[in-house]
Design a protein around this ligand. Sequence first.
Ligand code: THG
Length: 374
Amino acid sequence: MSYQIHIGPNIRKSPFFEATVADGVRSFSVYNHMFIPGHFGDPEGEYDRLINGVAMWDVGAQRQVALEGPDAAALAAYLTPRDLSGTVAGQGRYVPLCNHDGILINDPVLLKLAADRFWLSIADSDTALWAEVAAREKGLDVRVFEPDVSPLAIQGPKAIDVAVDLFGDWVKELRYFWFRETALAGIPLVLARSGWSKQGGFELYLQDGAQGSELWRLVKEAGGPHGIGPGAPNDVERLESGLLSYGADARYQCDPANPFELGLGKLVDLDSGQDFIGRAALAKIRAAAITRQRTGFFVDGPPVAGNQHPLPVTRDGAPVGRISEMTFSRRLGRNIAVGLISTSLDVAAGGLSVELDGAERQVTPAPLPFIQPG
Ligand code: THG
């Protein structure tokens, strides 16, 4: 059985869409109502470039929610449990967003462009609608909107060489998650040291959607000598590295989870004195202690093709957790997975399993990450 999602008007195209099609994209997913490349038909090569070389990814679907105006900083502080008081212009921060029940509803990278100008570089949920309502209900003087900004990521150990060739030596001084407004052949950009892998790299936030193909061409040309090739956020690498995927691991409509369960507790600052959405609920959750927590798993048996939906983890037929995504790791020679597991479980007693394609597979909890970045 094979299916298609057709290219229709209610799913948006990234400014890099035409360029990725020209470069042989073979599958798309949908993220923030936008097509996002899945792969280019060479999974092994795409993985190898990310681990040993450099890959370029259309991550335009990581949309920006802009907060602009006199109360932009007040709104940013109200939206996230993370204390932003020490954050300066030019600095990015990984910030959980929670609803009033303390449930994670997105986990963006926040970019502070100026005292009165921020972007939330969001994962896959409708954060602009939520942030705008919060601003209006609070009577804040701030504009909330989605700007014409689309990131292109270069990831892998050689991404630094490509960035130096494109922008100059100053990029070496850029610290993790920090960024600078710049331009490339007249194309306005924000260059950040970030990206959804643990292999190092940069994100070029294109600020003019009409120039997507031209920016793709420039990066491809500069990357040529370094062996750059097209790719996409890589599920194998992200599972090895233990990166959280909000949509796969914690989508709140599917399996509501709080940041303490998800290992993001250190980003919840309940003692800052700052008010924020979810504060009261998060204080209660912290006081009560969590009943389940994020973990890795090894999955026995031959290489898995992956799972399309979360799988219950059981012991003696009773649910004790769930696996949100699994894959075969070539570097480890084993199947690995991430998910949640009950905190009251005696893990050493073993006997955990999942059902995959009608067969039982033994699973063993394992600490994250599976592989530390080199
Ligand atoms: N870059 C940009 N926007 C994004 C992502 C990105 N939007 C969607 C999604 N990714 C947001 N989610 C994440 C999740 C994890 C990380 C970044 C964005 C990440 N985590 C590190 C880790 O877990 O080890 C570091 C976190 C920390 O500082 O504590 O990098 O990738 N523009």
